[in-house]
Design a protein around this ligand. Sequence first.
Ligand code: NDP
Length: 240
Amino acid sequence: MNLQDKVIIITGASSGIGEAIARELSAAGAKLVITARRQERLQTLADSLPGESALLCAPIEDSSTPGRLLELALERFGRVDAVINNAGIFVAGSVDTMDLDAMSQMVRVNFDAVVRSSYVFGREFKRQGSGAIINVSSIAAYLSSSSVGVYSGLKHALEIFTSNLRVELAKSGVRVGSIAPGTTETEIFDHMRTEGAPVRADQTPPLEAADIAHAVRFMLEQPDRANIAKILLVSAKESV
Ligand code: NDP
């Protein structure tokens, strides 16, 4: 796909990986719909992008958000070509310490919202006979360690869901794939450090958000006949 004038939705665009993806795809000529909850951060990003963008400030777990994103893209740009489901949070805790309400919010944001968005855009892409869905999972999908079981489990489920959706939509001209980053220097990563997650010294220096953004662009820029179904992108020092 040549990204010039393509219309791409990016969730979780107010910081970290989502923000880097927005910068990368805008520089490649794409028109963007960016979303997150922090309006000011989104506006600052939109003002600094080289290309056109529209923004929606909304909680991603609100069931109406994916539909609103689709409507905004159609109203502003007349079509939509890809969605990057990137928004996510990290909540860790042991059996004794887990904040169960925060954990449930993570289930809504990291899985339910991604699945809803995948279906809303999957329907639109199937109707138009083209489109790409990229879901951001994590290396955690493949690891087992104490205190991060729910985060890992949700990312694992997301990998399996994404793989099944790829198969379901393969004959419709819709490409579906996932990218699983390793430790990446973002606000979530800072949070992981303070939550005592197993972020180890030998995994540093971690990736930078721009590294993930380059890979997402690479996934999108494949010719129509090629679909990168899965990328596991880790720090060169990652040892798990
Ligand atoms: P950041 O915390 O920098 O970014 C998270 C983004 O998600 C923000 O834009 C935030 O915006 C948005 N977000 C969070 N909750 C909501 C919500 N309820 N509604 C709408 N938007 C929300 O972290 P990263 O960039 O690191 O994370 C991006 C993705 O990458 C996540 O899915 C994460 O799991 C994944 N990942 C990250 C890794 C890392 O080491 N950093 C490693 C592997 C995967 P706002 O707060 O403004 O709503």
